[in-house]
Design a protein around this ligand. Structure first.
Ligand SMILES: NCc1[nH]cc(CCC(=O)O)c1CC(=O)O
Length: 334
């Protein structure tokens, strides 16, 4: 029996770009070293599956954002994490760029009208790390926080990290510290704090996986929703780009991101509220989601996990969020 070949040239196929697109396509990004690394990584991965886009078919375009410009105040005071993506999405909707690359943890759960999360790339290590300064002991097996001397000063502007540190170590002093990864490491070197916490993903991507790091397991430091995942948004109407990006979508990252972001949305926390969300696939194929809510001073902290089917990721996040909210004091949602 012969095989019948069906030619379907007009149908968008994963990894193929339909013919009527002017190249180069523009990729919008923030200008920080980490954002640029992630954008170049995206360009490499996409050109890997779409030969037409190699050799200049994709061009990075840096978009200045308010979140990057204002570094002297906590993010929560200047409008929250939506600030990083706002200007990039304006550029997307104006047609100045065709893709926008984000650290998923900095991307608001509610995207602007006409913008969709087209793909999530394979996740880098989602854990947080404690970067140790000169006054700390050497990292060793056992409780990683034991390396911090009594009353140590830890620099972080993340209420999520602050609450989880103070919950275990009420003797610590947490001082606000913003700026990109390199700036914060500089402040640690200058002695402005004894230690700082950063996402391992950022350190690895920038090649800054230092020896003076203690990795914090998710059980003691629940990561932020989306940590370690690069997400790409496009205009909802660009069906060809959506089909193209389906080819580089990582299903595990998507399931985890969906559960974690659904939890975040359900808790509807301001970015002043400490919330953690971390999902992973188990060996049996099920998805397990851990959620954490706390009071910023660490005096209340609740962690709970729920397991279900990856296809139910969104509902998993909603259910866990509802349950965490029901058992938390109301003041933490203010
Ligand atoms: N809020 C800044 C930010 N956004 C994403 C990362 C790290 C990379 C990632 O989580 O994917 C960082 C730095 C950090 O928190 O240490």
């Amino acid at each position: 029996m012969g095989v019948i070949m069906i030619q379907a040239a007009e149908v968008a196929q994963p990894g193929r770009l339909s013919g009527h697109r002017a190249l180069p396509l523009r990729v919008g990004t923030r200008g920080s070293p980490l954002a640029l690394w992630q954008t170049r990584h995206f360009i490499e991965v996409l050109s890997g599956v779409c030969p037409e886009l190699r050799d200049g078919g994709l061009q990075e375009q840096i978009i200045a954002t308010t979140g990057d410009a204002v570094l002297d105040r906590p993010l929560a005071d200047i409008g929250g994490k939506g600030l990083f993506a706002k200007e990039i999405h304006e550029a997307l909707l104006d047609g100045r760029v065709d893709f926008a690359v984000h650290s998923l943890k900095d991307l608001e759960t509610e995207l602007p009208r006409g913008v969709v999360l087209a793909c999530t790339l394979k996740r880098e290590d989602p854990r947080d790390a404690l970067i140790l300064g000169a006054r700390c002991g050497a990292a060793a097996d056992g409780d990683p926080l034991a390396v911090l001397p009594l009353g140590a000063v830890v620099g972080t502007s993340s209420v999520r990290r602050q609450a989880q540190l103070l919950h275990r170590r009420p003797d610590l002093t947490v001082v606000g510290m913003r700026g990109n990864v390199q700036t914060r490491l500089g402040k640690l070197r200058d002695g402005q704090c004894d230690a700082t916490t950063l996402a391992l993903a950022g350190l690895r991507r920038l090649g800054l996986d230092l020896p003076t790091i203690a990795v914090l397991e998710p059980e003691m430091m629940v990561p932020a929703a989306g940590q370690g995942i690069v997400g790409v948004t496009v205009r909802a109407k660009d069906a060809d780009l959506l089909a193209l990006l389906a080819a580089i979508e990582d299903a595990e990252a998507r399931a985890a991101a969906t559960a974690e972001r659904s939890l975040l949305q359900e808790l509807d926390g301001s970015c002043r509220m400490p919330i953690g969300g971390h999902a992973r696939l188990l060996a049996d194929g099920r998805l397990t989601l851990t959620g954490m809510v706390a009071r910023a001073d660490g005096s209340f902290l609740l962690t709970r996990s729920l397991t279900g089917r990856p296809a139910d990721a969104e509902r998993l996040g909603q259910t866990l969020g509802t349950s965490l909210r029901a058992d938390s004091p109301m003041d933490i949602f203010d």
